[in-house]
Design a protein around this ligand. Structure first.
Ligand code: CMC
Length: 440
């Protein structure tokens, strides 16, 4: 049924908009999903009224239909394909979650074995990628390097660039999930001046990642199983988060029929900002800046002041207005890892005190600002030995499966239409050209 037909169907729910000035009314179809607020389908609005809608930061706009992830921000619920994140974090593995996000259901053992094999055997990158790294300064931010090297993948894998071939799309998705940890580990090694460690196919996905990041050729490296488990959990918790800024960037880039490697590079660029994935680095820097418990009130006051751009990093979320379910799970992992490593990081105590004071403060209560996933991830990653600049790269490693699943879902839709927002022009009205000698 076309949208116009849907709008006219007698049993269809509609939303009537009226123009107070002209008295004209228009009926728009209401679309219902499995959960969540219903949406008013406004695709006919311009044709029927000559008006656009205006929603600059997409605070009330659904950009697509999706079957992958559901968030109830008021209740603090996150589900992938109908499964709660707490269950997935406690009972499944990152490879299972990747399968679930990509294909829609949890895998059987055979499906999981085959999928894991496909990923593990794609972890090596073209050897010529090594030369790309040499072009970067050693002190480059790892996210700057990642934007470059991930985008460069499209220059190497020409055999999986036909975005209209489902098999090639699948191979590209597997390649991305498999190779991004390798590129991330190479990025870390390059910044430390250490040799690259080639992937090991006998290790699990999180073990292999830790191995590539922390092993050196000069000595044997045993992957600590507790750290591998914590890594796996971190990967699960960041795997997807519906239409956030980076995922929307990936979808928008993909809507122009750009290749998947280029789209994921665009997603990485979008993730980098401190309002999004860059917050995990910013949290640790903020804790260092606060320094000790007695300085907390001063920073809380700064965060509340309208004249100060300072914000409590790791606090607040566009969607979660109760709690971020990922933050709780991560805090438990954080305790486990610190315990295992015997790390007594004063930043953890500082973070907990900051959380306590902020949660009792009316400013944060009224605005429903709670710790988000990034609040504790920095502390755990630091304890595991990752340099602070690598934190957002780790987010990108996890989110690659979400980005590719969302891109794949969009590509599987019967008609792919380029995303092209409109605008409200507020610049000057038409005026005559001024010759140079008459300006100023
Ligand atoms: N510290 C102090 N005040 C805050 C904060 C904060 N962290 N976050 C929001 N506010 C205030 C904001 O100033 C505004 O106040 P008022 O109503 O008086 O103008 C109110 O709360 C509503 O905030 P908003 O900026 O309209 O909310 P948003 O949905 O546009 O922004 C956010 C969401 C996550 C960008 C923002 O909360 C923020 O910048 N947080 C810090 C950065 C951060 O931790 N980002 C990670 C997000 S979770 C991981 C991910 O998905 O990438």
């Amino acid at each position: 049924m076309s949208n116009a037909e849907a709008a006219n169907a007698p049993d269809e729910k509609t939303f009537t908009l009226s123009n107070d000035e002209t008295g004209d009314t228009v009926k728009l179809p209401i679309v219902e999903g499995t959960y969540g607020p219903h949406c008013i389908d406004i695709r006919q609005l311009y044709g029927q009224t000559g008006h656009f809608t205006l929603d600059p930061s997409f605070t009330a706009t659904g950009s697509c239909k999706s079957r992958i992830t559901y968030i109830d921000g008021d209740e603090g619920i996150l589900m992938h394909r109908g499964y709660r994140i707490e269950d997935l974090a406690a009972k499944s593995s990152f490879m299972e979650v990747c399968y679930l996000l990509l294909y829609g259901d949890l895998p059987t053992q055979d499906q999981l074995d085959e999928f894991t094999h496909n990923i593990v055997y794609h972890t090596m990158v073209h050897d010529q990628m090594n030369y790309f790294y040499r072009g970067f300064r050693r002190d480059a931010h790892p996210m700057a390097v990642m934007c470059g090297v991930v985008g460069a993948l499209s220059a190497f894998y020409h055999d999986s660039l036909d975005i209209f071939d489902p098999k090639q799309r699948e191979i590209s998705a597997h390649r991305l999930i498999a190779k991004i940890p390798t590129l991330a580990a190479m990025t870390m090694k390059y910044s430390m001046g250490q040799p690259f460690m080639y992937p090991r196919n006998d290790l699990s996905y999180p073990e292999n990642f830790l191995y590539m990041c922390f092993a050196v050729p000069a000595e044997a490296y045993e992957v600590n199983p507790v750290l591998a488990k914590a890594m796996d959990r971190i990967l699960i918790l960041h795997a997807d988060h519906e239409q956030n800024a980076s995922t929307s960037t990936v979808r928008l880039a993909g809507s122009s029929q750009a290749n998947p490697f280029a789209c994921i590079a665009a997603g990485i660029a979008s993730l980098w900002g401190p309002s999004h994935g860059g917050a995990n680095q910013a949290v640790l820097e903020m804790l260092d800046q606060i320094g000790s418990k007695e300085h907390i009130p001063e920073f809380i006051e700064r965060a509340k002041s309208k004249d100060d751009p300072f914000k409590l990093m790791g606090f607040g979320h566009r969607v979660y207005k109760n709690h971020d379910p990922r933050a709780q799970v991560l805090k438990e992992s954080c305790d486990e890892v610190l315990d295992l490593l015997g790390v007594d990081d004063p930043r953890l105590e500082l973070a907990m005190e900051l959380e306590r004071i902020a949660l009792e403060d009316d400013y944060f209560k009224e605005r429903k600002l709670f710790p988000n996933v990034d609040f504790y991830s920095g502390i755990i990653l630091k304890a595991m030995g990752f340099p602070v600049e690598m934190f957002t790269v780790l987010f990108a490693v996890s989110r690659t499966v979400g980005w590719t699943s969302q891109w794949k879902e969009m590509m599987e839709e019967p008609s792919l239409k380029i995303g092209r927002p409109r605008q409200l022009y507020t610049g000057p009205a038409e005026r005559p050209f001024i010759p140079m000698d008459k300006r100023g």
